[in-house]
Design a protein around this ligand. Structure first.
Ligand code: NAG
Length: 404
């Protein structure tokens, strides 16, 4: 009882503090909410372009996309590679990161090993997206990131707002259909989106690395006991004060190393560079919302039914029905080009769960579905493995070229 009222006090305090700007400036700014996605190139001195792309000699442009529900997402466009042949009809590719990370994950290794720069060198027009709540996407047209309402979402909203807005913006800027690469949660939101037919006319193909749709075989910690639904969603910052900078403390302990620690969460990654791990932990993990985490928890007990967030007693209020609506992945058009790559050691995209996903795609046109299984790969090998270029990215590029 005592701890509950203490929690309530903290929530009330946060709400109060974050309401102050509203009380002072009023909420009339909501009138400026765009009714569809809008965006623009911007100049940022210390963004991802400056810290991780232009230092290697690549041309990189920061851009902002305002989602239709008011979040201002930052992104990075790599417009040219180092190789010759730049400027010729470059095909746009959107890179979508996963849970607890941001777009930086595509840029951690050397340029010869990092997907974003490899794509640029292969003549693609690379657009990196950063989802709401991550380091460079913590702005909103009128909500402060300390306001609980800023965190009132799960990946359902990433499907209906962030992804749609980014796709619409990139399509508007380039006038071309888009190739998509997602990792982990970046695959989940694409699959959900494709199953709902959202923006499907603007996407040319999708490469899904460590695909996630069903989590029945996941054993990592976020699959904790099912609690009541999260009604007041707040920020969950795994490296913040609340988590006691958990990640870094574990890594500083010589008795445990970061490899072991990451292994517990992601599986036994075969091919990570020790010096990259430290860089990775300096840059990640990133915040998400508590309800989003709970949504993943719900997925672990959902008997292979992919649903929107289950508000239980509040479903009627939210959805007008007792059970949350489901995403039917068999509705993904069977002629939509899909490339799936999954690893035998992955603890988040577990092979048995990927097989459940492949079963939903069993009627897919054979020449439109390419599946790659890499026995020794775990979750992070797909984005920061030192040999991912040879094993995975070359396949992705070949796949994109054959579905132009
Ligand atoms: C590991 O990272 C270091 C520092 O970035 C780099 O010098 C080295 O070549 C990398 N090793 C491999 C195998 O990629």
């Amino acid at each position: 009882m005592a701890s509950k009222s203490y929690f309530d006090l903290i929530v009330m305090f946060i709400v109060f503090v974050s309401l102050v700007p509203h009380l002072v400036f009023g909420s009339s700014r909501s009138h400026f909410l765009p009714n569809k996605a809008s965006g623009s190139p911007v100049t940022r001195m210390y963004g991802i372009c400056a810290t991780a792309v232009t230092v290697h000699g690549y041309t990189c442009q920061e851009y902002d996309v305002t989602t239709d529900d008011g979040y201002i997402l930052s992104g990075q466009r790599i417009t040219a590679g180092l190789a010759e042949g730049n400027g010729l009809n470059r095909q746009p590719v959107v890179l979508q990161h996963g849970l607890f990370v941001d777009g930086m994950t595509w840029l951690m290794n050397s340029p010869q090993q990092s997907l974003a720069m490899i794509l640029a060198d292969n003549g693609f027009d690379v657009w990196i997206s950063n989802l709401r709540g991550t380091r460079y996407s913590r702005r909103h047209v009128f909500l402060h990131s300390l306001h609980p309402q800023f965190w009132d979402w799960t990946w359902d909203e990433l499907v209906t707002h962030d992804l749609q807005s980014v796709i619409e913006y990139v399509y508007g800027q380039t006038g071309q259909k888009i190739h998509y690469v997602g990792h982990s949660m970046g695959t989940l939101i694409a699959l959900a989106s494709l199953s709902e037919g959202l923006q499907i006319d603007k996407i040319k193909s999708a490469a899904l690395l460590s695909p996630i749709a069903y989590l029945s075989h996941v054993t990592v910690p976020f699959s904790g006991a099912r609690g009541p639904p999260v009604i007041t969603s707040i920020e969950y910052n795994p490296s913040g004060v609340d988590a006691n900078n958990y990640f870094k403390i574990v890594c500083a302990n010589p008795a445990l190393n970061c490899f072991d620690f990451l292994t517990a969460f992601t599986g036994k990654n075969c091919c990570l560079n020790q010096s990259i791990i430290e860089f990775y932990l300096d840059n990640e993990p990133q915040s998400t919302s508590t309800r989003n985490l709970d949504h993943f928890g719900q997925m672990t007990t959902s008997n292979d039914v992919l649903s929107k967030y289950d508000f239980e007693g509040f479903n009627i209020l939210r959805y007008g029905q007792l059970q949350p609506p489901t995403y039917d992945l068999t509705k993904i058009p069977t002629n939509f080009p899909l490339f799936l790559s999954y690893g035998g050691q992955d603890k988040l995209s577990v092979p048995q769960d990927v097989i459940t996903l492949l079963d939903k795609l069993k009627l897919h046109d054979k020449d439109k579905l390419k599946v790659q299984y890499i026995e020794e790969y775990a979750h992070l090998d797909f984005i920061i493995g030192v040999n991912a270029k040879d094993i995975v990215y070359n396949q992705v590029i070949q796949f994109f070229r054959s579905h132009n």
